[in-house]
Design a protein around this ligand. Structure first.
Ligand SMILES: C[S@@+](CC[C@H](N)C(=O)[O-])C[C@H]1O[C@@H](n2cnc3c(N)ncnc32)[C@H](O)[C@@H]1O
Length: 254
């Protein structure tokens, strides 16, 4: 698996926004250009992580003990396994990312943890991911799964392959499973152009477009909303209006 230090990576740029250390000069340069365009980008990234935290605790509160986090990035502090384990120490998590940089860092961070695994794969290869030996070893297909597609779908154009992959996840996971999504809106259009020019294709979407992608999943209250409106907690990061740039939903497989 080769990591190219001369090409910016979405996972490492995002790590820069969050103040992490898993990034190269090329990523920091790109993050600086992004910050010049959208100064609140780090706050948007933190609002996204705060939503992830609330959503994982919601799923764990519903009794879910297994998590499939696709487009997981570099496990920074407060990652899915840490959040889920604060509710059940036996929670199992498989992290999946297409980017070798994210996978290498994740394996270093999680090395030796028997209840987590890291798989390098593309979201679009749903059958490959669901049939991966590490996924099969950790996640029981007869039990509900929390599928996380957090800050991921805005990197994936709407194609028949995407629709097919999303249908496969929906149809394979048993009823009671939960989907967690967050997605950039056109509020960050300038940023999307910058990413696309750098070779990281980016597709902001609106409510109707995102609702179309998660069709078949039933959003729990308050539905498909801007991040600060999804079950905010007093004193939490959700108060930050920067999070309004993100659409989010937690939806159930019925
Ligand atoms: C902005 S990061 C989000 C990280 C984490 N999910 C979060 O929200 O904090 C987006 C991640 O999606 C990954 N990604 C982009 N396209 C992907 C694809 N087709 N399949 C799997 N991962 C993908 C990138 O490599 C990156 O690590």
């Amino acid at each position: 698996m080769s990591v190219d230090p001369n090409r910016p990576s979405a996972a490492r740029i995002y790590d820069c926004y969050l103040g992490g250390r898993h990034n190269f000069a090329v990523d920091r340069a790109m993050a600086e250009r992004a910050l010049a365009l959208v100064p609140e980008i780090s706050r948007i990234a933190r609002a996204n992580r705060a939503f992830l935290d609330r959503a994982v605790r919601y799923a764990a509160g519903r009794g879910i003990r297994q998590f499939l986090d696709i487009g997981s990035g570099i496990p920074t502090e407060g990652n899915v396994h840490e959040i889920a384990r604060s509710i059940d120490p036996q929670a199992r998590v498989v992290y999946v990312d297409v980017d070798p940089a994210a996978v290498v860092h994740a394996r270093q961070i999680l090395d030796g943890d028997p209840l987590t695994a890291v798989v390098q794969a593309d979201l679009l290869r749903a059958a490959q991911i669901l049939g991966d030996p590490q996924v099969k070893a950790l996640l029981d297909p007869d039990e509900p799964v929390c599928l996380l597609l957090v800050a991921l779908l805005h990197f994936v154009p709407d194609t028949p392959e995407l629709r097919e992959a999303l249908r496969t996840y929906h149809d394979t996971l048993v009823p009671g499973s939960i989907l967690v999504v967050s997605h950039a809106t056109r509020a960050v259009e300038g940023l999307a152009d910058l990413y696309t020019r750098t070779g990281l294709s980016t597709v902001p979407r609106d409510e109707a477009e995102l609702a179309g992608l998660i069709e078949g999943w039933e959003p729990v209250a308050p539905g498909l909303v801007r991040s600060p409106l999804w079950r905010p907690e007093p004193g939490g990061d959700a108060d930050d209006p920067a999070g309004f740039a993100l659409l989010v939903a937690v939806a159930e497989r019925v």
